[in-house]
Design a binder for this molecule. Structure first.
Ligand code: TUI
Length: 314
């Protein structure tokens, strides 16, 4: 991928690979490693206190000279403070998830910050493009964490048809085959989350990395439909309890049970009662590797697949 594309030019990166901004998981260390390897590292702000995010952004700036991003989770109660912090710190790129960032886009643009919202539907993508989004990240329901309804396979080409800005495909992409498939659907880049959870530089608990490496194809489940914001997680005791509460249609109990569970999983390694947010492609992750190696493998494999496909008769 030596030739610059619209997306790599927009972001000032070498390879069109974004690292998912996963809460409690994508810290400055991981993000800087991805950016140093030519991708776009993204700090997952999640529900971080503003001062913690400030430290993370400043740490990333000491660890890399390259562009990096911050993912803002829009359901966070103090989201306005986190937006202001990104403006004050002149973060190069902001991605957003779990809501509509329309009201914040103009301020980011004025500050010269690139904005890439995650959109689970064409209607929202169109609206965000008209409000100034620089690109759209289309995340299919193969992804881990909070998900929309559509798969990457059907969402990506519809987004490509719906907007003129570049589309980044996310959800279910862990290797060069997935990247080549995303390109075939018209995406100009990919966002990879779960595979980067097993990067050497990712600071999550080692037991979670091991659990991902052991995961098989049907080891994730979507829970929390009754709350209105379903999440994909690796199956465990907590996911079974939440499924039970979904069946009895008790969203308040799910919210209460869920409090602090993502941190318990990712930081303390609570494999049974932690929320093990991970995508379906957990089953495709089979090693802990440096971020640079992950990126080099994905790029080399995508190039190989695309070269071979160029000679396939249809
Ligand atoms: O945001 C994510 N993934 C996440 S956020 C998260 S933290 C969390 N914890 C518990 C419950 C909920 C969240 C864990 N994983 N991915 C991006 C994403 N964005 N997926 C879906 C959406 C989305 C949904 C609705 C984006 C926009 C949207 O707009 C609705 C509207 O208001 O128009």
């Amino acid at each position: 991928m030596a030739l610059p594309t619209r997306l790599t030019r927009l972001l000032g990166i070498e390879h069109p690979i974004l690292q998912g901004g996963m809460a409690w998981t994508a810290t400055a260390e991981l993000s800087a490693a991805v950016s140093n390897a030519g991708g776009l590292g993204i700090i997952g702000a999640g529900q971080m206190p503003t001062e913690v995010l400030r430290e993370q952004i400043r740490l990333a700036k000491t660890l890399t000279d390259r562009p990096f991003g911050v993912n803002l989770m829009l359901m966070t109660p103090h989201i306005a403070d986190l937006v202001q912090l990104c403006l004050d710190e002149h973060v190069p790129v902001v991605t957003t998830g779990a809501g509509n960032p329309g009201g914040f886009i103009a301020a980011f643009k004025e500050a010269g910050i690139k904005v890439l919202p995650i959109a689970p539907s064409t209607a929202l993508a169109r609206r965000l493009e008209s409000q100034g989004a620089d690109a759209i990240i289309g995340e299919g329901m193969e992804a881990g964490g909070h998900i929309g309804e559509l798969t990457t396979m059907v969402l990506t080409p519809q987004l490509v048809d719906a907007v003129d800005v570049p589309v980044v495909a996310a959800g279910g992409i862990a290797d060069g085959r997935g990247m080549a498939a995303a390109f075939a659907l018209g995406a100009e880049g990919v966002q990879v989350g779960t595979r980067f959870m097993c990067a050497s530089e990712c600071t999550i608990h080692p037991d979670v990395k091991e659990r991902i490496i052991k995961a098989k194809d049907r080891d994730t489940v979507v829970t929390g439909y009754s709350t209105g914001h379903p999440v994909r997680v690796l199956k465990n005791k907590l996911s079974k309890m939440v499924e039970e509460l979904d069946r009895s249609n008790d969203p308040a109990a799910i919210e209460e049970l869920g409090t602090g569970r993502l941190a318990a999983a990712m930081r303390e390694g609570d494999l049974e009662m932690g929320s093990l947010m991970a995508g379906q492609c957990a089953a495709m992750v089979d090693a802990i590797q440096p971020a640079a190696e992950i990126i080099a493998e994905i790029i080399a494999e995508a190039e190989d697949v695309m070269r071979r496909m160029a000679t396939v008769p249809v």
